[in-house]
Design a protein around this ligand. Structure first.
Ligand code: ADP
Ligand code: ZN
Length: 721
C-alpha cells in the first residue's frame, strides 16, 4: 500500500510506502521524512500500486499525534483549490492547517484492548485504589488522573490492564447564554427565504442561495433563523464575513441569539488562540464559526450550512500566495459537503447575480427595510457647475451646517484612487478611455502620455478635452489630510475626526474612533472606504461622497460595479435612527450609471446596464479570466518573460473554444519592493480551455524562464492593479 501525502511546503503530494501494521485512511495525519526532516503531513489518497519513479520511495514514519482525522470532504476542497488556483497542494494545506504552536497535550488513561477479554477468565486488578480506578474507567471512559491515582494507574498500565493515550488539552469554554430570546416576527419576504433555506438544510442537499436585500432589510435575521435551524438538526454553521473587526454587531447578534460556543477566526487573534480554536472545531467540540476570509477553510465538523455575508466584497479575495476567493471556496465546501450555502448582499457581485439569473443560484429577495423605514433621499451635486478648487460645494456646505445646527453628525467619504491618476475635464467631466478595453486611461505626467493598463494602448496627452474642447484638464489628487484642513477652515467650530489608514495605524485606534462617533463626540467624520462598511450609527444624518469620479474612473473593468456598491453602502449609513437621512454624491459625471441608479437604490437597472457593457467588451461573468503577474529585478527581464509566456500561449493548438491573450502590459503598480511587474490577461468563454492552457504554460514555459523571474497566477482576479 502507498500513501499520497501532502506536507506544508510548496510541493505536490509525495508518495510513501505504508508499513503493514499502520492503519491509515485518507485524512489521517502522519509523520514523514522530507529530505532530512520529519514533518507532519496529511494522507490524501491510498493506492495499491505505484507507478515507476526515479526516486526511492520511503516508508512513512508513523501516525502523527498532533492532528485528529481530517474530514474527507475537506480533502476534496483542498484538492479543488490546488487545481483551480494552480497552486501546490502543500501550500493549500498550509493555509488550512493551524499555526504553531499546537495546544498543550495531556495523558488520558483508558482500558487496554485486552482488558475486557481478560475479565472473563481473571478477576480484575487487585488493591483497592487500583480496583476503584479500573471500575471508574470501565464505567466512564478515558480520564486524566493525578497524584496517587496517577501512580496507581501507571502500575495498571505495566500490568496491561490500562493504556495511555496522549491527546490535545482543549478546555471548552462554558457555553454563553442567550440574552435576547425573542426574535421579531418575520416579514413575508423573510419567511419565504427562511423556509427555502430550512428545507435545503433538512434535505442535506447542496443548493446555493443568493439572498439579496436592501440595507436594513433583515438579512441578518434570516441568517440567524437558518443558523438556529441548522444547530437544532445537530449540524454546524460556518459564517464568513469580509472583515470581522468591522462587523462586531453581527457577532454580538449571533452570540445573543444562539448562545453556545462560537469560534471567532480573524487576523486579530494570536497564533496560539487560533490554533486552539482550530483544534476545538476539528474535534467537533464547537459547532459554530464566524470568521474572515480564512474561515472558509475552518475545519468545522458536520457542516450543515454555510453563510457568506457581503458576498460582493473584494476583501473576500486573498491577494497573495494562494489567491482564493472565500465566497467561491465556500460554495465548493457546501458542494463537496452536500449542504446549502447562502450568499447575502444588498449589492451582489455581477457574477453571483448572473448565476442567479441563469438559475444556478436560487434568488431570494428582501425588497424593503424590515422596520418599514424608507430609503434615504440621494442628491447628486454636479461639480462641473462649481469651483473645481473647492472640494465641498456650496450646496453640501449648507447641508452640513443644517445638520450641525440640528445636532446630527455628518460623514464625508473621500475616495482613494488606488494609486493611479486619470485626466478629467473639469468642464464636462469627460475622462479618456481605452478604445479596446472600456477602462479609463492612466495619466503619466512624466512622459506626457495616457496608457491602458490592460492592453498597453497609448496616446499623447491631449491639450484639450476631446468632447467639449475645453482646456481645463485636471489630474486632481486630493488627500484626506488636505480635505480635513479644508473642512476645518469651512467649519471652524466643528469637531472633525479623520479615519484613514494613516490615522488608524495604532492598534485599537479604529475601535476608539468608532466609540467616539457613537458617543456623539464628533460632528464631522472624514474617511476613506473603511467608513462605508457595516457601522450602524443612529445619529449620522448626512452622508456625502466628496469625489465620486475617482471611484468609477479606476483602470478596472469592475470600477462601475464597485462604485455602485460603495455609493449604495454609503447611502445605507444614513438615517439608521429616527431622523431621516440625507445623502449627497458630488461628481463631474452626474449621468454615470453608478451615480444615476444609486440615487434610486436601483440595483436591477444598474446590473442590467452594466451586464450589457460586460457582454460587449467580453468581461466576466460572460468570460472567465486569469491573470499572470510576472515580476523580476528589471522591467526588461519581466517584460521578456511575460512576452515568452504570451507567445507560448498563442502557439498552443486552437480548439473550438478561443482563449484571448491581452497584454503583456506593465502593471498599474509597476514596481513593488524593487521588483518590476508585468501582467498578462487570459480570457475565455470556456473555463476548461482557459485552465488547460494555463496548466500547460505553467508546466512547460515557466520552468524555462530566467530564474530571477517570478510568475504568480491569479484566477478570477478581482484587483487588476
Ligand atoms: P440587514 O442585515 O439586511 O442590513 P438586519 O437584519 O440588520 O438587516 O435588520 C435591520 C434592522 O431591522 C435590525 O435592527 C433588525 O433588528 C430589524 N429587523 C429585522 N427583521 C425584522 C422583523 N421581521 N421585524 C422587525 N424588525 C426587524
Ligand atoms: Zn486597452
Amino acid at each position: 500500500m502507498f500513501a499520497q501525502v501532502a506536507v506544508p511546503l510548496p510541493l505536490s503530494c509525495l508518495t510513501y510506502r505504508v508499513p503493514q501494521d499502520v492503519p491509515l485512511l485518507p485524512g489521517t495525519a502522519v509523520k514523514v521524512r522530507v529530505r532530512k526532516k520529519i514533518l507532519d503531513g496529511i494522507v490524501f489518497q491510498l493506492v495499491e500500486q505505484q507507478a515507476q519513479t526515479k526516486y526511492e520511495i520511503r516508508e512513512l514514519e508513523g501516525i502523527s499525534e498532533d492532528f485528529p482525522q481530517i474530514d474527507v470532504d475537506m480533502l476534496r476542497v483542498l484538492e479543488w483549490a490546488a487545481d483551480y488556483y494552480h497552486h501546490p497542494i502543500g501550500e493549500v494545506l498550509r493555509t488550512f492547517l493551524p499555526p504553531d504552536p499546537a495546544p498543550q497535550k495531556k495523558t488520558l488513561f483508558q482500558l487496554s484492548p485486552s482488558a475486557i477479554l481478560r475479565l472473563q477468565t481473571e478477576k480484575g486488578p487487585k488493591g483497592s485504589l487500583q480496583k476503584e480506578i479500573f471500575q471508574r474507567l470501565l464505567d466512564e471512559g478515558a480520564q486524566s488522573l493525578s497524584g496517587a491515582e496517577r501512580a496507581a494507574a501507571n502500575r495498571l498500565v505495566e500490568a496491561n490492564w490500562l493504556e495511555k493515550k496522549i491527546v490535545l488539552d482543549l478546555a471548552v469554554p462554558p457555553p454563553g447564554s442567550t440574552t435576547s430570546g425573542q426574535a421579531p416576527k418575520l416579514t413575508q419576504a423573510q419567511a419565504v427565504a427562511v423556509e427555502a433555506i430550512a428545507a435545503a438544510i433538512e434535505k442535506k442537499q447542496f443548493e446555493s442561495f443568493l439572498l439579496q436585500g436592501v440595507t436594513g432589510s433583515g438579512k441578518t435575521e434570516v441568517y440567524l433563523r437558518a443558523a438556529e435551524h441548522t444547530l437544532r438538526q445537530g449540524l454546524s454553521v460556518l459564517v464568513v464575513v469580509p472583515e470581522i473587526s468591522l462587523t462586531p454587531q453581527l457577532v454580538s447578534r449571533f452570540r445573543a441569539r444562539l448562545g453556545g460556543n462560537i469560534a471567532l477566526l480573524h487576523s486579530g487573534i494570536s497564533d496560539g488562540e487560533r490554533s486552539r480554536q482550530w483544534h476545538l472545531l476539528n474535534s467537533g467540540k464547537i459547532r459554530m464559526c464566524i470568521g474572515a476570509r480564512s474561515a472558509s477553510f475552518a475545519p468545522i465538523r458536520d457542516l450543515g450550512l454555510v453563510i457568506v455575508d457581503e458576498e460582493h466584497d473584494g476583501a473576500l479575495k486573498q491577494e497573495d500566495h494562494l489567491r482564493y476567493h472565500a465566497r467561491d471556496l465556500s460554495v465548493m465546501r457546501a458542494k463537496f459537503r452536500s449542504c446549502p450555502v447562502v450568499l447575502g448582499s444588498a449589492t451582489p457581485s455581477l457574477e453571483s447575480f448572473h448565476n442567479a439569473q441563469v438559475g444556478r443560484y436560487r434568488h431570494l429577495l428582501l425588497p424593503e427595510r424590515a422596520s418599514g423605514q424608507i430609503m434615504p433621499a440621494v442628491t447628486v451635486i454636479d461639480r462641473t457647475k462649481t469651483d473645481p478648487a473647492v472640494s465641498i460645494s456650496p450646496q453640501l456646505q449648507r447641508a452640513i451646517r443644517e445638520t450641525m445646527a440640528d445636532g446630527g453628525q455628518s460623514m464625508l467619504l473621500l475616495n482613494r484612487r488606488g494609486f493611479s491618476s486619470f485626466l478629467l475635464c473639469s468642464s464636462c467631466g469627460h475622462v479618456p478611455e481605452c478604445p479596446n478595453c472600456s477602462v479609463s486611461l492612466t495619466n503619466y505626467k512624466g512622459s506626457a502620455r495616457l496608457k491602458c493598463h490592460y492592453c498597453g494602448f497609448q496616446s499623447e496627452m491631449p491639450k484639450a478635452c476631446q468632447k467639449c474642447a475645453n482646456e481645463t484638464l485636471v489630474a486632481g489628487t486630493l488627500g484626506t489630510e488636505s480635505l480635513e484642513e479644508e473642512v476645518q477652515q469651512l467649519f471652524p467650530t466643528a469637531r472633525v475626526l479623520r479615519i484613514d489608514r494613516e490615522s488608524m495605524e495604532r492598534k485599537g485606534a479604529l475601535e476608539a474612533a468608532l466609540l467616539s462617533i457613537a458617543a456623539g463626540d464628533v460632528d464631522i467624520v472624514i474617511g476613506t472606504q473603511i467608513i462605508a462598511k457595516g457601522h450602524d450609527f443612529p445619529n449620522i444624518a448626512l452622508v456625502a461622497v466628496v469625489n465620486a469620479d475617482s471611484s468609477f474612473h479606476l483602470p478596472d473593468f469592475r470600477a462601475g460595479e464597485k462604485s455602485f456598491q460603495l455609493f449604495t453602502q454609503m447611502a445605507g449609513r444614513a438615517g439608521r435612527g429616527s431622523r431621516p437621512g440625507r445623502v449627497f454624491l458630488q461628481t463631474f459625471s452626474p449621468n454615470h450609471p453608478s451615480i444615476l441608479h444609486a440615487t434610486t437604490h436601483d440595483f436591477f437597472h444598474f446590473a442590467g446596464e452594466e451586464l450589457s457593457v460586460r457582454h460587449t467588451f467580453a468581461y466576466p461573468p460572460f468570460v472567465r479570466m486569469a491573470r499572470l503577474l510576472v515580476s523580476g529585478p528589471s522591467s526588461e527581464l519581466a517584460e521578456a518573460a511575460a512576452t515568452k509566456i504570451a507567445q507560448a500561449l498563442e502557439r498552443m493548438p486552437r480548439s473550438n473554444a478561443n482563449v484571448d491573450i491581452v497584454g503583456p502590459s506593465p502593471a498599474v503598480l509597476m514596481k513593488i519592493q524593487n521588483r518590476y511587474r508585468w501582467s498578462l490577461l487570459l480570457k475565455s468563454a470556456s473555463v476548461k480551455e482557459l485552465h488547460s492552457r494555463l496548466r500547460v504554460a505553467i508546466l512547460q514555459t515557466v520552468p524555462t524562464l530566467d530564474r530571477r523571474v517570478l510568475v504568480q497566477v491569479d484566477v478570477d482576479p478581482v484587483s487588476l492593479m
